[in-house]
Design a protein around this ligand. Structure first.
Ligand SMILES: [Zn+2]
Length: 310
């Protein structure tokens, strides 16, 4: 349902969540995978090119209001409906991530800056993080005195809000308990958990594209990627597929992933994962191709929210 709202306010989240759910079911989220730096990336504020004159603009992150979640604080400048189901879904995300990945819970708090418009968000990001390419959302781990990172998410009130928040919060959740996460695996896990729970990690758009091919899985290549710019749509799709394979095909492959993540709690570089996977899945590439042919597309969700105002 959509609560009455002032025309001065952005659309309430309850309506956006419904739109996001509908869009997600039809198109997934990868069309514009717009988050970005791997959580291990320290975002340095590089000086602008000397030939460019930066005109000072008034930029500030949202913060006139805040909404506390179980493990995050949402900063915003507009009214939001705290009873929106989106918040309950976000609150449940750490239990889902930690439970499925067998990781210990974290007490870290994530700061989420939610801008009301894309224009305001992009203006802020350009001013604050000049060396970053334009993206729809960012997770940034900022080092601070004392050793632990500040975990920050920046995004705006768009149609992909639910997916983007789940994706970026997954990065933050992983970062809060792991020393490091290889770029491809970080994106694969975020791509898996960005989907609402009823989809069981299945991204219909990824699945459809991979099935239509051509698709030649190559985890060894993925494991060599170090720069987020190298992660394009095909890499996001393949990373998702490997994670789905490992979490859904049986105890052997799942244990490989669990053990690898356990190693990452203390060792930032436990080596490649592929040799460990080969010990239980002798031909992983063929196994992935075979597996994708058997994955069921998620059924459309039937719920009251989806029948609300459109
Ligand atoms: Zn990501």
């Amino acid at each position: 349902m959509c609560m009455p709202c002032s025309p001065l306010r952005p659309p309430p989240l309850v309506r956006l969540a419904a739109l996001t759910a509908l869009f997600g079911a039809l198109a997934g989220c990868e069309a514009l995978r717009l988050d970005a730096p791997a959580p291990n990336t320290r975002v340095d504020v590089a000086p602008p090119p000397s030939a460019v004159t930066i005109t000072p603009v008034s930029t500030a992150p949202p913060g006139k209001k805040h909404t506390r979640g179980a493990y995050y604080v949402l900063y915003h400048d507009f009214e939001i409906d705290k009873t929106d189901p989106l918040f309950a879904e976000l609150d449940a995300l750490p239990d889902q991530v930690f439970g499925e990945l067998r990781l210990p819970p974290s007490t870290a708090i994530v700061q989420v800056f939610l801008f009301d418009t894309q224009e305001r968000y992009e203006r802020y990001m350009r001013a604050k993080y000049r060396n970053l390419p334009p993206r729809r959302a960012y997770f940034i781990a900022e080092p601070r005195a004392g050793g632990t990172d500040e975990l920050k998410i920046f995004t705006w009130l768009g149609d992909h809000l639910s997916t983007d928040l789940r994706h970026e919060l997954t990065h933050a959740i992983l970062r809060s308990v792991l020393k490091e996460v290889p770029l491809w695996l970080d994106e694969g896990l975020a791509g898996y958990f960005e989907l609402p729970p009823h989809q069981d990690g299945v991204n219909p758009q990824h699945l459809d594209t991979l099935r239509r091919g051509p698709f030649q899985p190559d985890m060894a290549r993925l494991e060599k990627l170090k720069d987020v710019a190298e992660m394009q749509k095909p890499e996001y799709r393949e990373a998702w597929a490997w994670v789905h394979l490992m979490l859904r095909t049986g105890p052997g492959a799942k244990k490989v992933l669990h053990d690898y993540l356990q190693a990452l709690r203390s060792d930032p570089n436990p080596g490649p994962l592929l040799p460990k996977l080969r010990e239980v899945v002798p031909e992983p590439e063929q196994a992935l191709a075979d597996y994708l042919a058997t994955v069921e597309m998620p059924k459309p969700r039937t719920r009251s929210r989806a029948s609300g105002p459109k």
